[in-house]
Every structure is written in structure tokens, then in C-alpha cells.
Design a protein around this ligand. Structure first.
Ligand SMILES: Cc1ncc(COP(=O)(O)O)c(C=O)c1O
Length: 231
């Protein structure tokens, strides 16, 4: 299934047409999953016809810390990433809710999974997006037989491209079995997270969610829920 993107992307240092944002099949990140990414929501407000980006700072702080997990240099600062993002939103001028996908990747074409002395390349594109999962109707979840990758395998706390093969396997098993989504357990059999979302339960008036040490992404939504509870 082809996802329709907004017409412009940021690629190799400039805003270009999305169809010109292409990499070689030899790209290291494509071959070995040596990349990091983010997933940022832009909400279009019909009243003032503006886009409200959800926690841009937090998303890019996590993005840069994912780069540090790979031990790679990154060519842009937090402020520069924010500027690039705002410029791209202005250029695409969305009239719907959107999803922004920053991607930091090993862009060279050398053979071998080697992260040493590497500066990541950066790209950013946007797609229109409503609900990621059909949450308004409630979801059928399957406890996956795939174990969540542990922190000292591929740290789940960062959004590291290669780690998402683990998510994809769990998601496939769930949807092949007629479920909407997977619940992944860690190597201790403790609930970790879904294939692409943190999990919470409310029990006896208390909100319960796995600790970061259980092998989960440092979710921005997760942190926002904590903030709302403190308020
Ligand atoms: C594995 C995983 N857990 C949790 C989340 C939720 O993260 P956030 O709240 O930062 O969007 C995501 C988001 O894509 C994810 O991929």
C-alpha cells in the first residue's frame, strides 16, 4: 500500500520535491537498519487554520538521544531541527492533521554494519494522518510470542530503525491472527509495550505502566500522561 505524502520533503540539506528525495539501494541504513527516526504529530486547527505541533522539543531531544545511542554524530542542533521542521510545514501548508517523520540514517554505501566515525544524514517528510489505530472502537490485542528486544540488544528507549523488525514481527503475528495489535513481553515475561505504543492500565484508580527499565520507548505521550496526572 502506497502512502501519499505531502509534496515537499527535507533531504540532503534542502527542501525538495518528495519524488526527488531518493537514496541508493546500497544505502547502509537500508541494508542494516542503521538509522533512527521520530514520529511527530501536527494537528490542524480549523478555527485559526494553523498547525499545532505536539511537543516538538521533546521529540527532537529524544531523536538526538537516539543518535547518541548509535554513537553517531548528527549534523543539526535541536534549534536547527525545529527550524527545518517549521519551514517544511510552511512549505507543505497542510489542511489536515499530519504526521512528520524525521529520519537520521547512515547514508553511505559502504559494506558492513559499521557505525564508527559516522555522521548521520537527515531527512524529513510529512503525510496526512488521522488515527494510527482504530482506537475509538477499542482494540483486540494479542500477547505476542515474540520477546521485546532488551536494552542491551537494541535499546528500545530510542527509536532505532533496526529494532522495529521486532515490532513488525509482533504486529504481523497479531494481525495474521485477526487481532488489531500486539502486546510484547520482555525476557522476564513482564509487559513491555505494543509494537508502536506504550501501554497503561487503570486499576483501583491508579494508572500503571511499565518502567523504562522493562524495555520500552521513552514515549512522549507517556510523559505527557504523567504530566496531566500531576496537574
Ligand atoms: C515502540 C513504541 N512505543 C511507544 C511509542 C509511542 O511513543 P510517543 O508517545 O513518543 O509517540 C512509539 C511511537 O511510535 C513506539 O514506536
Amino acid at each position: 500500500m502506497k502512502t501519499q505524502a505531502f509534496p515537499f520533503a527535507f533531504f540532503q540539506g534542502e527542501i525538495v520535491k518528495i519524488e526527488d528525495a531518493k537514496v541508493s539501494i546500497m544505502t547502509n541504513a537500508l541494508q542494516y537498519g542503521t538509522g533512527i527516526f521520530g514520529g511527530i504529530r501536527g494537528y490542524y486547527n480549523l478555527d485559526d487554520k494553523s498547525v499545532y505541533v505536539f511537543r516538538l522539543d521533546d521529540h527532537y531531544k529524544r531523536f538526538l538521544s537516539s543518535a547518541r545511542i548509535l554513537g553517531c554524530d548528527f549534523p543539526y542542533s535541536l534549534e536547527e531541527l525545529k527550524e527545518i521542521t517549521i519551514d517544511l510545514i510552511k512549505k507543505n501548508n497542510p489542511k489536515t492533521d499530519s504526521y512528520l517523520r524525521p529520519f537520521g540514517y547512515v547514508g553511505h554505501t559502504e559494506l558492513g554494519p559499521n557505525l564508527a566515525n559516522t555522521t548521520l544524514d537527515f531527512s524529513l517528510y510529512m503525510i496526512p494522518l488521522g488515527e494510527y489505530l482504530p482506537v475509538s472502537k477499542g482494540l483486540n490485542l494479542k500477547v505476542s510470542t515474540w520477546e521485546r528486544i532488551s536494552d542491551n540488544a537494541i535499546p528500545s528507549r530510542g527509536k532505532i530503525s533496526g529494532g522495529y523488525v521486532n515490532s513488525a514481527l509482533a504486529r504481523k503475528e497479531a494481525t495474521d491472527g485477526g487481532y488489531d495489535e500486539a502486546v510484547m513481553l520482555n525476557k522476564y515475561g513482564h509487559v513491555a509495550e505494543g509494537s508502536a505504543e506504550n501501554l497503561f492500565i487503570v486499576r483501583d484508580g491508579k494508572l500503571i505502566t511499565p518502567d523504562l527499565s522493562e524495555g520500552v520507548l521513552e514515549g512522549i505521550t507517556r510523559r505527557s500522561v504523567f504530566k496531566l496526572l500531576q496537574a
